[in-house]
Design a protein around this ligand. Structure first.
Ligand code: NBX
Length: 838
């Protein structure tokens, strides 16, 4: 140990010597990769060659730290977090790793010295879109914070060959294109062909007595698939901890179908291969909507089984007994998608490692934590029992046994309360039978959490009420957070530089320190610099919008932005109603002195979600008319920014003046875009929903534009009988806006196109747009008024940023570590290459 410490090479940064590197080293390494890895001379190198050489140069530095981190895992026997998630929406690696290595400026300089453009290389990187939206992006932020806080952790998921589709807009409609993110290779992953596990599917079970006379179940599958590990290093910010994200790719077990091969059934053998590889082929593009597709359950079980087998192998490799598995690992279930893990761990412990049921159950119940991300009843995962039984017969037996024991306990506490027992049961038995994954996750976990205060409270009183009454001590709130490294330092270098010039850089790891900016809110010079940064960011976004859409927007107008998945509960169409209301005002009064606004939308719709796709068409149709109406005279522009993803998000958040967080109260679990906007100096117009409530608490009611019903009011009005039509009839501005859409004005005279949307608002309005319309429009008028006073607006923006400390994912991860995982940091020290390999 003493000897190891003396080998420490890093401490503080001098040039790039925190990493023990000089510019010359960087250049040499880059040229070597160009030559030896890409096989190119500088003269013939393409942009992709340059990018690859830069990526490998950076990766080398990550791997050095990774080796040291793994050495500590083994030597020090530290408790490890296993974060199980069907999605990780990482975003591009190169820039982020340069930030975390603290060599961004040096690499830029090195590139410029040799005439290479760093921005072009950063732009060239294809992002791994292995997630749908908030849930997957949260997992990525949490990996960054885990490493930054020096917590030993492994992220486990699926290496989808095709991530979330690329969105194109044709004639105003969303068209989905396959995301071929691996086309040019992926320099950030390391395939581990020797780290593989077999995963069984289908077949049947049979009982037998083991040597000790114990009844056991033997599972004979009809299909076996192999999972192969692909590792991506995840480096923390200015630390040596480099954790890993281990993603599983499905492959055929070649030997499995030799029988058909040998009898000449070549097709059968190849079919098996194609069939197996399907499992990790494509990410399901539905957020908040379940579909009951067998392949989806296969994906979930596949990655869960590989991951648990891997953790067990690592645990046994350090010589520990499986009885203590929960003391060495804390496993988090990112929503119910990996919750079959509860049954799989039981199976592995009982069937494969011959542990008795009670000990196995003790281990299982103490190793898992479950995070819920949704209150929408239609998003709660349930699997038809028949499908589950066919695919995972042994797991169904285990789930029945868990359920039997669990319900026996419940009956003791609530005798004769059959209704409650039916609700708590792991099996839904009203009509067709289903396995309820949220119930399985609750029963099999030590801790259950929601992702914002309001969301956790609603969980306790609605969807998980019975579990809360049974085990109140299991429940806690962990309000989401986002990483300031990607969402401030990397995406907003101008703001970062300005903040650094006044309060240094300590806030990047301790976001609460942004509080020190408060005293600059009244400083004229600072405010001017602040405005200049925002204008620069808006100009850059305007250029990108022009390039992507052909629409030219005015950077002096207010940038009013709503970017997120398209969903009725998120109410992009409420925003459209406001746009149409502004447009009607201009048509009525062409000389109106209106604050110029550019209303920007972005986001993908699930391909099978018709209403969401119609909302995209509506936005584009309104944009078409408004942007071409000479009477508008540039006071209003509407843009749909295509293919919103992490990469474009990094350019969008920093350019926003106004952040639209307008979901129906009680529907958005937390939201994380709301935090990213606010950290970049946008003000929020929002409802009291999800984390908006806490953002408003932090920044102060004066610095937040609040409108709309509360979650309680929404529930009360619904229960009393909500009549959207009466609101429509009594509000002339609303009626005019809806009628204009319904008349065919935005659809070349076709009144049918938007009829499904109009009718759903008039006759159902599930998400209560009409109830919130007037309050929203009035609030938008207050926003415009406030924006006219640039100094006041800037002051509010500065205060927003200054008060965002709470929303760092570092804070969130510290809470998880302390209250759920019970893990502590482990400082990794660097050793020279020579000493490591000796
Ligand atoms: O998780 C989101 C919530 O809607 C947000 O409010 C929250 O901030 C975020 C992180 O906690 N949920 C989400 O993104 N869900 C999915 O992406 C999803 C994906 C697949 C699926 C169901 C939901 N089957």
């Amino acid at each position: 140990m003493a000897q190891r410490k003396s080998k420490k090479t890093n401490s503080n940064k001098t040039d790039c010597s925190r990493t023990g590197m000089t510019l010359i080293d960087l250049n040499r390494c880059f040229n070597e990769h160009l030559f030896y890895t890409q096989g190119r001379l500088p003269l013939s190198a393409t942009l992709n060659d340059h990018y690859m050489a830069a990526a490998y140069t950076v990766r080398d530095r990550l791997l050095h730290r990774w080796v040291c981190t793994v050495r500590d895992f083994i030597r020090e026997g530290v408790k490890v977090v296993g974060y199980l998630s069907a999605e990780f929406l990482l975003g591009p690696h190169l820039g982020n790793n340069m930030i975390n290595l603290d060599i961004f400026d040096e690499v830029r300089e090195a590139s410029e010295n040799v005439g290479r453009n760093l921005d072009a290389m950063l732009d060239h990187e294809e992002e791994p879109g292995l997630g749908n939206g908030g849930l997957g992006r949260l997992a990525a932020c949490y990996l960054d914070s885990l490493a930054t806080l020096e917590i030993p952790a492994i992220g486990y998921g699926i290496r989808y060959e095709f991530g979330i589709f690329d969105q194109e807009i044709r004639d105003g409609w969303q068209v989905e294109k396959t995301d071929k993110w691996l086309r040019l290779g992926n320099p950030w992953e390391i395939p581990r062909p020797e780290v593989t596990y077999e995963v069984k599917f289908g077949g049947h079970t049979a009982g037998y007595c083991d040597d000790g006379g114990c009844y056991r179940s033997r599972w004979t599958p009809d299909r076996v698939v192999r999972g192969i590990a692909y590792d991506t290093p995840i480096l923390g910010y200015k630390v040596n901890t480099c954790n890993m994200l281990r993603l599983w790719k499905a492959e055929a077990v070649e030997s499995f179908d030799f029988a058909s091969f040998n009898v000449g059934n070549y097709y059968g053998a190849v079919h098996e291969k194609v069939y197996s590889e399907n499992i990790s082929k494509v990410l399901y593009p539905n957020d908040e909507q379940i579909q009951g597709k067998q392949l989806r359950l296969e994906q979930q079980y596949f990655f869960v089984s590989c991951s648990l087998q891997d953790m067990i192998r690592l645990h046994l490799a350090i010589g520990k007994s499986l009885e203590y598995f929960h003391e060495e690992f804390a496993i988090q279930l990112n929503d119910t998608h990996p919750s079959v893990a509860v049954a799989e761990l039981m199976r592995l412990l009982v069937d494969e490692h011959h542990m008795d049921w009670d000990t196995a159950w003790h281990v299982t119940r103490n190793v898992f934590g479950y995070t819920n991300h949704t209150l929408l009843p239609e998003a709660l995962e349930r699997w038809p029992l028949r499908l589950f039984a066919n695919l995972l017969p042994r797991h169904l037996e285990i789930i029945f046994e868990i359920n039997r024991r669990f319900l026996d306990e419940v009956r003791v506490i609530y005798p004769d309360d059959e209704a409650r027992i039916a609700r708590l049961s792991l099996i839904d038995e009203q009509g067709e039978r289903y396995v309820r994954m949220a119930n399985l996750a609750c029963v099999g976990s030590r801790a259950i959490n929601g992702v914002a205060k309001l969301h956790t409270e609603l969980l306790k009183t609605t969807v998980l009420k019975d579990f809360y009454e049974l085990w109140p001590e299991k429940f806690s709130n962990k309000t989401n957070g986002v990483t300031p490294r990607r969402w401030m330092v990397l995406s907003n270098p101008g703001l970062t530089r300005l903040i650094r010039s006044r309060i240094g850089g300590g806030w990047i790891k301790k976001l609460d320190r942004l509080k020190r900016l408060e005293s600059y809110a009244g400083d004229d010079a600072f405010r001017r610099e602040w405005q200049a940064v925002k204008t620069g960011n808006k100009q850059a976004l305007a250029a990108l919008i022009l390039e992507r859409t052909g629409i030219s927007v005015n950077p002096d107008s207010m940038f009013d932005i709503q970017v997120k998945r398209i969903h009725e509960y998120k109410r992009q169409h409420l925003n459209v109603l406001h746009v149409v209301t502004l447009y009607n005002r201009l048509r009525r009064n062409p000389g109106l002195d209106m604050l110029p606004r550019t209303v920007i939308f972005g986001g993908k719709a699930a391909p099978s979600y018709y209403m969401a796709k119609l909302i995209i068409k509506l936005i584009n149709s309104v944009a078409d008319v408004v942007n071409h109406d000479p009477a508008v005279r540039n006071r209003l522009k509407v843009v749909f920014f295509p293919d919103f993803n992490v990469k474009s998000a990094q350019k969008i958040y920093p350019a926003a003046d106004l952040s639209e967080q307008i979901s129906t109260a009680g529907k958005e679990a937390s939201g994380t875009g709301n935090m990213k906007f606010s950290m970049n100096g946008a003000l929020t117009i929002g409802t009291l929903d999800g984390a908006n409530v806490e953002i408003r608490e932090e920044v102060g009611a004066d610095n937040f534009f609040l409108f709309g019903l509360t979650a309680e009011e929404v529930a009360r009005i619904k229960s009393e009988g909500y009549d959207p039509r009466s609101i429509y009839l009594s509000n002339p501005d609303l009626r005019e806006a809806i009628d204009l859409i319904g008349s065919g004005f935005f659809s070349r005279g076709d009144p049918d196109l938007f009829k499904p949307l109009v009718d759903s608002l008039l006759y159902q309005d599930e998400y209560m747009l009409l109830a919130d319309y007037q309050s929203y429009v009035d609030c938008q008028d207050r926003v415009s008024e406030a924006y006219r006073d640039r100094d006041r607006w800037t002051r509010m923006a500065i205060l927003n940023v200054a008060r965002m400390g709470k929303f760092s994912s570092d804070r969130a991860i510290r809470e998880y570590c302390r209250e759920i995982w019970r893990v502590s940091p482990n400082t990794v020290e660097m050793e020279d290459f020579g000493d490591l390999v000796r």
